[in-house]
Design a protein around this ligand. Structure first.
Ligand code: ADE
Length: 227
């Protein structure tokens, strides 16, 4: 899988993909993540990528020229399954969205900034607009990083324990059961006995019950979607 991210602040995306699981996925050749600076495509003599809104009002708008040039440059090299625009107006990102996108071959993500992007970019290039939640970030870079992280870890082989990604919280609309590690008794705070009994079946049914109870208590809304 290949993910191309277009941004005016590439520095914000330098670190998130260079550690741990995502880094390993790249090293194993399972994913390529390329960050492009939109400014490099600007024909403006000052390399500007934003301008005042025709409607007036506060805030600058990202101009269409460098974005079109960047998108066309990439599209000339391969076909993209989705060209995503990160925006608080978009459909809400979820585990389901991550699952869907993890099956794609080439994805482009355009990070919004300032007051937004010239509407013509959205109309002519964007196939999907995605928000990571009902709050406003200063730019779409952190949203792109969140989405990329959750997509990449689902690509088969990226996480060494194959079952691990499938047992995540939300994967079946249930939260994960609590987990413990050694020591079994820390200052009198004990790990539940069942986890030490060695009976796989009992442990599995304890985990299922815990997952259900935790979801009922913390996120009852998810149970409506659980089958
Ligand atoms: N850009 C600004 N806020 C955002 C959000 N909540 N999700 C995605 N992109 C954004």
């Amino acid at each position: 899988m290949r993910i191309d991210i277009l941004t005016v602040v590439p520095e914000l995306l330098e670190s998130p993909f260079n550690h741990s699981i995502i880094k390993r996925g790249k090293e194993k050749g399972l994913v390529e993540i390329h960050v492009h600076n939109i400014r490099d495509f600007s024909t403006d003599k000052h390399k500007r990528t934003d301008d005042y809104a025709f409607s007036g009002g506060a805030g600058m708008v990202m101009t269409i020229q460098p974005i079109e040039a960047a998108i066309e440059h990439l599209k000339a090299q391969r076909t993209y399954d989705e060209i995503i625009y990160t925006s608080p107006d978009g459909e809400q990102f979820s585990q389901g969205t991550a699952n869907q996108l993890s099956l794609k071959k080439n994805i482009m993500i355009l990070c919004g900034h300032y007051k937004g992007v010239d509407q013509r970019v959205r109309e002519h290039f964007i196939t999907r607009e995605i928000s990571i939640g009902d709050y406003v970030l200063t730019g779409g870079e952190l949203a792109a990083a969140v989405m990329t992280d959750s997509i990449v870890r689902l690509i088969p082989g990226v996480i060494s324990d194959e079952t691990s990604a499938l047992t995540d919280s939300f994967q079946d609309n249930l939260l994960s059961p609590p987990v413990y590690t050694r020591p079994a008794d820390y200052k009198g705070w004990k790990v539940p006995d069942v986890l030490l009994c060695g009976d796989e079946k009992r442990i599995e049914s304890w985990k299922e019950k815990q997952a259900y109870e935790r979801t009922k208590q913390l996120r009852p809304d998810l149970l409506e979607k659980h089958d």
